[in-house]
Every structure is written in C-alpha cells, then in structure tokens.
Design a protein around this ligand. Structure first.
Ligand SMILES: Cc1cc2nc3c(=O)[nH]c(=O)nc-3n(C[C@H](O)[C@H](O)[C@H](O)COP(=O)(O)OP(=O)(O)OC[C@H]3O[C@@H](n4cnc5c(N)ncnc54)[C@H](O)[C@@H]3O)c2cc1C
Length: 261
C-alpha cells in the first residue's frame, strides 16, 4: 500500500520586503514578493526522507493561498514532491486560522492521506496551531514539534526536544505531525529537480470543490478581527557610550535601569 503523505506549505510575504497592511487591515500581499515559508521547507524535507525510506510512497504538497502561492508549490515540487494541490478562491481573502484549518482539512480528506506533515509555524502569522486544528478536524492523532521523525509499520515515531528533556513519541497512522527547524537541513532544488517540477501536476481547487460555504471563511467568516493597525515607531539610534574608563560602569547602570540585571 502506497504511503500517502500530504505536506501543508504556506506562501508568505518575503520578510525582507516592505510588508504593510492593506486598507481592510489584512496583510497587503499584492505588491509584495512572496515565497515558500522557510519553516515549511523542513516539513517538505522530512516528508521526502520518509518517502525515500518507504517501499512505496507519494508526497503531495498543499497550499491555501492567492494566485502567486503556486510559487511555493513549485519550490516544493522542485525539492522532490510528486504532485501539488492549490486551493484558491477570492472568498478566502482574510481567512483566519480557524478558516484556514477548515479548508486544509477538507482538502486533505479529498486528497486522501496517511500522514500530514506541517511546519512548526508560518513565518508571517506565526500562530503555530494549524497542525493541532487539522488533527482535531481530521479526527486523528497529532505528534507536534518533532526534531526527528520516521514511519515504521504504520506508526509514526519521533523525538521532541524540550528545555529540560527530550520525549520519544509515536502514533498510529493516519496522523498529523509538525517538524521543527532542528529536524535537519532542507535540500536545495537541483537543476534537474527544477526542470522536473515544471511537468509535475498541480491541481487547482476552489471552495465549491470542497463544499465549503463562503461565509465560513474570509474576513466575514473570521472569528478574530484586526480592529486597528499602526506602523511600529522607527527604531531610535539608542545610547552611544564612549568608553573613557567608565564604559563598564555606564553599561551596568544602563542594564540595571532597563532591569536587565
Ligand atoms: C501578521 C499576521 C497575524 C495574524 N494573526 C491572526 C490571529 O491572531 N488570529 C487568526 O485567526 N488569524 C491570524 N492571521 C491569519 C492566519 O495567519 C492565517 O489564517 C494562516 O493561514 C494560518 O495561521 P498561521 O500562519 O499563523 O499558521 P501556523 O499555525 O503558524 O502554521 C503552522 C503550519 O500550518 C501550515 N499552514 C498554515 N497556513 C497555511 C496555508 N494557508 N496553506 C497551507 N499550509 C498552511 C504550514 O505548514 C505552517 O507551517 C494572521 C496573519 C498574519 C499575516
């Protein structure tokens, strides 16, 4: 039986770009470059390694996002994923975490899965909760924040490193896992991989393909609303200390005044 691995990948604004809010207080994604969320590259990498270790496996990458989100899928396909699914719909604009998890769960059920692999968090919303919401909606176990993961005889196993201890965890498939940025370097797409990605299938689905009503998603369906947004004040130069013998003392006084020490 082929192991069906679905990797959720998010298309995010380039952090080095000029990120700002649009008039409706959502993140303006129109004239900002975007890319595959870096933390999801680790999810793609671990899914590919599990597939390489399996007798027969297929890796599908899935994203919910605007037209340009296809770039995130292309990157994951060029790393080695087999096929992709892009859920795109104008009514998804402004969808919150609850709505995103609904759309992802419906798409994963429609695609069919044995293992869902997600990143530990996206690099823009950074909530870190979508994997848990997915497991709840799919009715399967979740094993999150793994720094090491493998699949053996229908069981997913992994190690989660905490501050004081590391846990060895496992769950029966089907299951949802998320992996951290400590799970191992993500491979760079080879030229051969980039060329092969151009021929790999990308299915496009909208809300009607998933039997989701528009009012369950988007700004109208959001459980949370951004009431206001203000530019962060420009960073000030800070205090310059010229050390004429008293530098250490002045630094200690400054740190004490800021209650750092
Ligand atoms: C600055 C900012 C603040 C936000 N604040 C809130 C908020 O307070 N409350 C709220 O409900 N929504 C919020 N949102 C919207 C929220 O980011 C989106 O709904 C998002 O799709 C899910 O949240 P996340 O990115 O934080 O996911 P996380 O829980 O951080 O994502 C974890 C993993 O889930 C997968 N994933 C997440 N989104 C997608 C996607 N669209 N397609 C495929 N895989 C995905 C990825 O594998 C990712 O690594 C915010 C968005 C931004 C940009």
């Amino acid at each position: 039986m082929s192991l069906r691995i679905v990797v959720t990948v998010k298309y995010v604004p380039d952090a080095t770009g000029d990120r700002h809010f649009a008039d409706d207080l959502t993140v303006d994604r129109d004239d900002v470059d975007g890319l595959l969320s870096e933390l999801d590259e680790y999810a793609v990498e671990q899914a590919l390694q599990i597939a390489e270790d399996a007798d027969d496996a297929e890796v599908t990458v899935l994203t919910v996002g605007p037209e340009d989100a296809k770039d995130a899928l292309r990157k994951a396909l060029s790393m080695g994923a087999d096929k992709a699914i892009h859920v795109e719909d104008d009514d998804l604009h402004g969808t919150d975490i609850i709505g995103t998890s609904l759309v992802l769960a419906k798409a994963i059920e429609k695609a069919g899965f044995d293992l869902v692999v997600s990143g530990m968090a996206s690099t823009d919303g950074t909530a870190g909760v979508v994997p848990a919401l997915l497991a709840e909606r799919l009715g399967v176990p979740q094993v999150t924040l793994l720094s090491e993961v493998s699949v053996e005889d229908g069981t997913v196993k992994g190690r989660r490193d905490g501050d004081a201890a590391s846990e060895q965890l496992e769950a029966q498939l089907p299951a949802v896992v998320s992996v951290t940025d400590q799970s191992g370097e993500a491979r760079y797409p080879s030229f051969k991989g980039i060329m092969a990605a151009k021929k790999k299938p990308v299915e496009s689905w909208d809300l009607s393909d998933l039997d989701i009503d528009a009012e369950e998603v988007g700004l109208d369906g959001a459980w949370t609303k951004v009431d206001a947004a203000a530019e962060r004040p420009a960073r000030t130069a800070g205090t310059i200390v010229k050390d004429e013998g008293e530098g250490g003392k002045q630094l200690a006084e400054f740190l004490a005044s800021q209650k750092f020490i």
